[in-house]
Ligand binder design. Structure first.
Ligand code: ACO
Ligand code: LMR
Length: 624
């Protein structure tokens, strides 16, 4: 259904916003919400640098919606042919080009140019083009305008609270036009207090050559049967108001109109006065506010004595229209509660929100991260050993020096064990399959488990349970055998009693020299003595040595670890993290090594595979 020419906006109007303006968009959508619009007034956003488009996430009432982003107006208009307004937030440098681009799109009827400082020559060209194409330009240098209860341009009307205070969420009977955006907000409020409120308000912008004039909009209002009275706010400078005078005299404007031209103070000053707007200066005596107010009054326009009784004149005019039945007062519709941003209410202390995540080890909200309360800079300045730092982040403890040193020794000992072990092998194969560092190292880490590298926690668990149960090493081995479970931390593929693992030797030496007592190690070595009688490779392996010695370490720390904490450290598998962390160093190295070597895709040699398949007949198939 096409709109009559006098109607630029309706409750269905949708706009394309040029340049991402999150606040203006949110304000438009909040206005939509209080007006109970059925569709959002923003259909699309143009971001010239968004090559791949994308979406802007914003609130529509209480729920979130996505507004599509396009690289140019043509693309947006093609996808949103019902959007007939472009709100152009481009800078004064590009506003001309983007406005032309907007007017070239057949589905766009109105272009609002927000930028200040558009060159006057360009502004005149835009106005002429708009006339030629039968389109409307509002601005440049404007905040825009508003159809009360229907459609709001950008930041017009200010905050949602100000909008409600000025009753802009529902339709009144007053058509308003001014140059100034700031003054129009003030005027909306005055109108709301002295009449049944605004129907539509437009700020044409403060430049000397606006794309549309005060009279253009007044004539639209004159033609609109839903508008009963006109209110206008002129400004010192220019001769625009004389066109209104003519229109009134010629009977093209018949509806009652209250108009005040601001800037009467200018004549009280010596010399030429330039007000905030580019066009707000009187070049001749006819351009003064006084002269224009007098001409308007003389033509029959209701002109107040000063801005102070502007509201009174509006009220008088409005009351006459109510009295003669031209305006029928209807009750205000209910305003839906306005959703507020959580962050805003949180600041007032009126709400509390449960957090989704708890963190008790690191805080990154300040200038620098805190590791368990210790500022990062102090960690560095004090040359805190890596093991001590791991103690903070893993165990939330200030570990004694021997414990920190033990952790660092473990990291060095486990850093790598050649290309043939599961972790490095997987990393190498994955790297050779062309995958990235993370994938290759992750595939290596995934091999760490109860057979390879991940027996540290299991060993700590099994041995601590055996000792807590007060059973002998032999009973422990028998119980495990009866259950058919391999003792974690015992056994190695290549290391044996005759080919001892130097890592285990070093760990044992460190513990003997630095731990006061090593009851868990002593117990494990008794177990080893027995398992070695069965097979030469059933040694206490590196995983076992780490896990068991960590039990001795925690015991050596006195009260630092409570019984519950010790149990949790074992149960949650944290000790496997020591091997994982150390071995990651080697796996990164293997990934890089393969890349440096430009290694090709790995395929396992077929002669290294025993193929032992059943026959088709054995599987119950017969093929002729
Ligand atoms: N506890 C008791 N018996 C064992 C253990 C063990 N941990 N490991 C092997 N055996 C026995 C087996 O039961 C088997 O006995 P059987 O001949 O009577 O059947 C025999 O030793 C050989 O077993 P395999 O599994 O063939 O031994 P392999 O040498 O291949 O296994 C492995 C090495 C996987 C490390 C094995 O000893 C094991 O599972 N250990 C426990 C897990 C562990 O500690 N892994 C870490 C190793 S170190 C590292 O990865 C960094
Ligand atoms: C390792 O540290 O990776 C080794 O102990 C495993 C192995 O089989 O050598």
């Amino acid at each position: 259904m096409s709109k009559p020419a006098y109607q630029l906006f309706s409750k269905q109007t949708q706009a394309i916003i040029f340049n991402l303006q999150p606040n203006a968009i949110q304000r438009m959508l909040d206005f939509d919400y209080v007006c109970k619009r059925e569709t959002p007034s923003v259909a699309a956003i143009i971001n010239p640098s968004a090559k791949n488009g994308g979406y802007h996430k914003t609130f529509w009432g209480t729920r979130e919606i996505l507004i599509p982003i396009y690289q140019n107006i043509a693309a947006a208009a093609a996808r949103h042919p019902k959007a007939d307004v472009v709100i152009n937030f481009s800078s004064f440098r590009s506003a001309y080009g983007t406005s032309i681009e907007s007017m070239d799109v057949p589905t766009i009827n109105t272009v609002v140019i927000i930028a200040e400082g558009v060159p006057e020559r360009r502004a005149r060209e835009l106005a002429a083009l708009a006339t030629a194409k039968g389109k409307t330009v509002i601005g440049p240098a404007t905040v825009g305008g508003i159809l009360a209860g229907g459609f709001k341009i950008g930041n017009t009307g200010g905050t949602i609270d100000a909008i409600i205070e000025s009753k802009l969420q529902r339709q009144g009977s007053v058509g308003f036009v001014s140059k100034s955006g700031g003054m129009s907000n003030e005027a909306y409020n005055i109108i709301s207090q002295n009449s049944n409120g605004l129907y539509e308000g437009i700020a044409i912008g403060g430049d000397s050559y606006p794309g549309s004039t005060l009279l253009d909009h007044l004539l639209r209002y004159e033609a609109n049967p839903d508008i009963a009275m006109l209110v206008c706010l002129g400004e010192v400078g220019g001769t625009e108001e004389y066109k209104i005078v003519e229109a009134v005299k010629e009977g093209r404007i018949k509806k009652p109109m209250v108009c005040w031209v601001t800037g009467t103070i200018a004549t009280k000053m010596t010399g030429e006065v330039q007000f905030g707007h580019a066009g707000a200066k009187a070049g001749s005596s006819a351009e003064t506010a006084e002269a224009k107010n007098a001409a308007l009054r003389e033509a029959g326009v209701i002109v107040p004595n000063s801005f102070d009784d502007y509201g009174d004149k509006i009220r008088e005019t409005y009351e006459k229209l109510v009295a003669n039945g031209s305006i029928v007062v209807v009750p205000d519709p209910e305003i839906p509660p306005i959703p507020q941003d959580l962050k805003t209410i949180e600041k007032t202390g009126a709400v509390r929100k449960p957090t989704g995540i708890i963190c008790t080890i690191t805080d990154d909200r300040g200038d620098e991260p805190l590791y368990c309360g210790i500022p990062m800079s102090k960690v560095i300045e004090s040359n805190m050993p890596l093991g001590e730092m791991i103690g903070l982040l893993w165990f939330k403890k200030k570990l004694p020096a021997f414990a920190s040193e033990f952790i660092e020794i473990v990291l060095r000992l486990t850093a790598d064990h050649g290309p043939c072990v599961s972790g490095a092998h997987n990393t190498i194969i994955t790297a050779r399959a062309g995958r990235d560092l993370m994938s290759a190292v992750a595939s290596g880490i995934l091999t760490i488990g109860p057979r390879f590298g991940g027996a540290v926690s299991g060993a700590a668990q099994m041995f601590s349970e055996a000792m807590a149960a007060n059973i002998t090493p032999l009973q422990f081995i028998q119980q495990m055998k009866a259950k058919g479970i391999n003792i974690q931390g015992i056994g190695h593929k290549i290391k044996s009693a005759t080919n001892p693992d130097v890592r285990v030797t070093l760990l044992k030496k460190f513990a003997r020299e630095n731990f006061p007592v090593t009851p868990h190690l002593d117990y494990a070595l008794e177990v080893e003595k027995i398992t070695l009688t069965k097979r030469n490779n059933l040694i206490l392996n590196v995983d076992g040595a780490i896990g068991i010695l960590f039990l001795d370490l925690m015991a050596a720390c006195g009260d630092l670890f409570s019984a519950e904490e010790k149990a949790e450290i074992i149960e949650f598998g944290i000790l496997n993290g020591l091997f994982m962390l150390g071995r990651t160093i080697g796996m990164v190295g293997h990934y890089f090594d393969q890349k440096r070597l430009r290694s090709a895709l790995y395929r396992h040699p077929m002669d290294d595979v025993l193929y032992d398949l059943p026959s088709a007949e054995e599987m119950g198939y017969s093929f002729e």
